[in-house]
Design a protein around this ligand. Structure first.
Ligand code: 5RP
Length: 254
């Protein structure tokens, strides 16, 4: 956890962590008292939680409530004193603040390498502004350039669903897919299947040189595969992207 209560960082940020904090604090400047917020997941969003908690504790903000996008964020928000609401109980979400794994020139995103893509998409797509906070390393010419595009699938028949995904996208250049695994909790060298907060699995889609195809068509094809719950391409959802750069500048793309 970060620096709850610490003053805003200056713009001579040098480490990637500093840049994440700068972007996060900038986004929190947009929060006003009595707002309901979508609370993102990940190391960048964690800085926003710390800052929000600090501003609530010192009375600079009042009446703010957050809808957490993961169990991890829920626990973090509770630790720093952010009141929370379930999505169903939030009359309106005014503003969501979250990181991203990739941002393309049209502000399309890859999200969910932390595994929280479904709740993120539900909450950040529920209305209001969706402000994305990144350091400049997340800017890419095409989605899928720097790692996996995650796809949440139901565990039942997941190997079959993986086979369908492979069949549908096999013709895309440099495509491969696999089920996400993590080191076994038993502490040995074994791997186990990663399970999301919703009890689902993640298929990771890889593209050697990023996605050259039509993103909307790929999204539609994915969502037509029975067994696929949601994918981590967030197309046309970001209302602005705050980018903290190594040269000390911060830019906002809309
Ligand atoms: C989690 C996410 C995160 O926002 C994304 O992975 C970026 O994380 P970080 O800020 O740690 O780089 O989508 O599901």
């Amino acid at each position: 956890m970060g620096s709850a209560g610490s003053p805003p960082p200056t713009l001579d940020a040098t480490t990637q962590e500093d840049l994440k904090r700068v972007a996060a604090y900038k986004a929190v400047e947009m929060v006003k008292s009595d707002m309901t917020l979508g609370l993102g997941t990940g190391s960048t969003a964690a800085h926003a939680l710390d800052r929000l908690g600090a501003l609530l504790r010192n009375g600079a903000l009042r009446g703010v409530a957050g809808v957490p996008t993961s169990l991890k964020t829920e626990a973090h928000a509770a630790r720093v004193g952010i009141p929370m609401l379930a999505l169903a109980d939030a009359a309106e979400i005014h503003l969501s603040i979250d990181g991203a794994d990739e941002v393309d020139p049209d502000l399309n995103l890859v999200k969910g390498r932390g595994g929280s893509l479904l709740r993120e998409k539900m909450i950040e797509g529920a209305g209001g502004r969706f402000v994305v906070i990144v350091d400049e390393s997340k800017l890419v010419p095409r989605l899928g350039c720097t790692g996996a595009v995650p796809v949440e699938v139901v565990p039942f028949g997941s190997a079959y669903t993986l086979g369908l995904i492979r069949k549908v996208f096999d013709q895309l250049p440099g495509f491969s897919a696999r089920l996400r695994t993590v080191k076994s909790k038993a502490g040995d060298d074994a791997e186990e299947i990663f399970v999301t907060d919703n009890g689902n699995y993640i298929v990771e889609m890889f593209f050697d040189d990023g996605i050259h195809g039509d993103l909307r068509a790929i999204s539609d094809s994915l969502l037509r595969i029975t067994g696929v719950v949601e994918h981590g391409m967030f197309l046309g959802m970001a209302t602005s992207v705050i980018i903290a750069k190594k040269d000390g500048s911060v830019s906002v793309l809309t």
